[in-house]
Design a protein around this ligand. Sequence first.
Ligand SMILES: NC(=O)c1ccc[n+]([C@@H]2O[C@H](COP(=O)([O-])OP(=O)(O)OC[C@H]3O[C@@H](n4cnc5c(N)ncnc54)[C@H](OP(=O)(O)O)[C@@H]3O)[C@@H](O)[C@H]2O)c1
Length: 274
Amino acid sequence: METDLEHQGLSRRDTKEYVLVTGPTSGVGKSICLALAHRKSNLVLVARNQEKLDELQEELKPSGISTMIIKCDLSDYASVTTACEQIISRHVHLAGIISNAGESLPGLFGDFSHEAIQNHIQACVGSPSIMLNSLWKLLTKKSYIVVLGSTCSLSAGYGTSNNSVYSASKAYLRYLSESIRKERGKNVPRLLVVHPGTVNSSFHQSSGFNPSKQKWPRVISSEEAAMKIISLIDDERAGEVVLGLDNRAAILLWRLGIKKTLLLFKGIKNALQR
Ligand SMILES: NC(=O)c1ccc[n+]([C@@H]2O[C@H](COP(=O)([O-])OP(=O)(O)OC[C@H]3O[C@@H](n4cnc5c(N)ncnc54)[C@H](OP(=O)(O)O)[C@@H]3O)[C@@H](O)[C@H]2O)c1
């Protein structure tokens, strides 16, 4: 019987190198794919909506790259293990894994259904871990892993109201990445967690938040986020990066609190006057 991948005209064994992107059908993931295709990277596209995946594959055709579509609902364990098996069966090498897919779960913790919590944790915690673990053997010495972090509040580090499970799942990804980095020391592959700040994308639709109303820190477009992420990959960065000075300043304010921030500024002013 013809497999999904054979149906896409792709032979079983594939000697090309690919970059795998989860959540490539909109927002940051889509912009990353378009930018990578422009640079002639072959792509493995992992998302749950077949129609949007087909549209993206069509859009990428003029770039002449090879694309592999993997329909996968990350909130479903069986779907993820099947997706990994499909990719492994191709014997491809992965130049990179961009663990980007994610969604918000707005609301008060006590109001969530068990199903909503379970699905969110599987999609944003379980599946990224299983994918990384299963596909690790397809990475080469030069490969990179990029994990999309959280908003500029660094909710992953400090918690946030009205998005508790989302924040906790991002905290998990952040600490998982740090632990893997510690385990491997300076060994490759490079692992980078990027906190993009607020990005204007469909991500905010479910919470009703309108990003264009945010005055500070600056809201960036998904194209801008993608370009910054790609330049970090080019610079072979690893560790944790918060995009934008204003996001970094916002984190400092959060960390210190207003009183300590004022004292800090006073201290800097005094030092400069001396
Ligand atoms: N937007 C922001 O302000 C912001 C800020 C900080 C961090 N981030 C993080 O950046 C990443 C990308 O966000 P974005 O703004 O680009 O969001 P987006 O426009 O809503 O795109 C999310 C992508 O993830 C996919 N996805 C969601 N749930 C999935 C599931 N269960 N299974 C498979 N695919 C799934 C979606 O595919 P479908 O077509 O299947 O829906 C879509 O391609 C997320 O991890 C988000 O947490 C975003």
